[in-house]
Write a protein that binds this ligand. Structure first.
Ligand SMILES: *Cc1c(COP(=O)(O)O)cnc(C)c1O
Length: 366
């Protein structure tokens, strides 16, 4: 039996389409010899700031560092509580713990998988200092309600935008709505480099200044270190690559959107599969369905037998991970999502017949 395999993600078609531009960009950096904070870093920061519509952009070593440095620059630390979603990659909660603050989990909305603003309200205490929403799978969190709560209680908002470069909420780019936005350029993200990378964005001059210090060992001026910082610079070769890719991000996000719309159309009356909503501004980092009736794991195994990749983001919610287990009240909506979600193959260039094949296999299994 011959079958073409469909992985959950294929980065090759995109590279093929921009190969020469990428190689020119990499060579330019190598020829210049300016590997550390070379001109491409500043150029890329300015281009990202202009693209998102924000005053300051500070390139860092990873999305995780963008969260850690973003939190510290916003003044979050020891004794503070930060409310976030249990349903995310561990870097979200880890960054809060690593700055010495206490993670507080508020359960998610069952249809968007994003933090539920009503649940945030129930978790506020006198020690609450910030909210960290995640725009999961590329779908903007309920930023209107979240910003209202933040204003009401005087809280900072640090947006985890690792999965949502280019996503918009009411027309405004995510990452520019709260006090700080943290992006990741991990290769699989919507705007992905060929290695690690991240970016902090803010309109706040003070936050930008502190973040800029923290990424270079806490020094504004070289050899005049003022606070304990990090070595967390955005690599110049990555910046040069990302500058090329930034030019295509809208087209690629539209490609992802087209794939999601095709899946939704083909899955419209498949019993036991709940398709995601096509919210405006959603950039579909993942195309994630809910498989009800305890059939998710069987479906995933069947797809694998057919050569079709799929992933579970996330099989264990953050509050249930060994590092935190037993410390928190249950988040039942998040727990059920972890049992039922399945992310299907998606990338901007994914072709119609592959989408049809995935759906065909899925229907056969259920
Ligand atoms: C990928 C990711 C991160 C971490 O980004 P890195 O660049 O890998 O450090 C943080 N939060 C979420 C939601 C992510 O998906």
């Amino acid at each position: 039996m011959s079958q073409t395999k469909i992985p959950v993600l294929d980065l090759k078609p995109q590279y093929e389409s921009i190969k020469e531009e990428i190689q020119t960009a990499i060579n330019r950096v190598i020829e210049s010899g300016q590997f550390i904070m070379g001109p491409d870093v500043k150029e890329f920061e300015q281009e990202v700031a202009a693209y998102l519509g924000v005053k300051y952009a500070i390139g860092v070593n990873s999305g995780t560092d963008a969260l850690v440095i973003g939190l510290r620059a916003a003044g979050i630390g020891e004794g503070d509580e930060v409310i976030t979603t249990p349903f995310s990659f561990f870097a979200t909660a880890e960054s809060i713990s690593n700055v010495g603050a206490k993670v507080v989990f508020a359960d998610i909305d069952a249809s968007t998988y994003n933090i539920d603003p009503q649940q945030i309200r129930t978790k506020i205490t006198p020690r609450t200092k910030a909210i960290m929403p995640v725009h999961l799978y590329g779908q903007p969190a309920a930023m209107g309600q979240i910003m209202n709560i933040a204003q009401e209680y005087g809280l900072k908002v640090i947006e985890d935008c690792a999965q949502s470069f280019g996503a918009r909420y009411n027309g405004q780019a995510v990452g520019t709505i709260g006090d700080v936005g943290a992006f990741s350029f991990f290769p699989s993200k919507n705007l992905g480099g060929y290695g690690d990378g991240g970016m902090i964005v803010t309109d706040n001059e003070k936050i930008a200044e502190v973040a800029g210090m923290l990424r270079v060992h806490g020094a504004k001026k070289k050899y005049h270190n003022e606070v304990l910082g990090y070595n967390s610079r955005l690599d110049t070769i990555q910046a040069a690559i990302l500058r090329v890719k930034l030019q295509y991000i809208d087209k690629w996000n539209q490609g992802r959107r087209r794939v999601a719309e095709s899946y939704n159309r083909l899955l419209v009356d498949v019993e036991g599969v709940v398709t995601p909503g096509l919210a405006e501004g959603h950039v579909f980092h993942q195309y994630t369905v809910r498989v009800t009736g305890g059939k998710r794991d069987g479906l995933k195994a069947f797809l694998a037998e057919q050569g079709i990749g799929s992933m579970i983001y996330y099989p264990i919610p953050q509050d249930q991970l060994p590092v935190y287990k037993g410390q928190y009240e249950a988040c039942p909506v998040s727990d059920l999502a972890a049992q039922e979600v399945l992310s299907l193959p998606i990338w901007p260039e994914l072709e119609k017949d592959a989408i049809e094949k995935v759906v065909g296999a899925l229907k056969k299994s259920l």
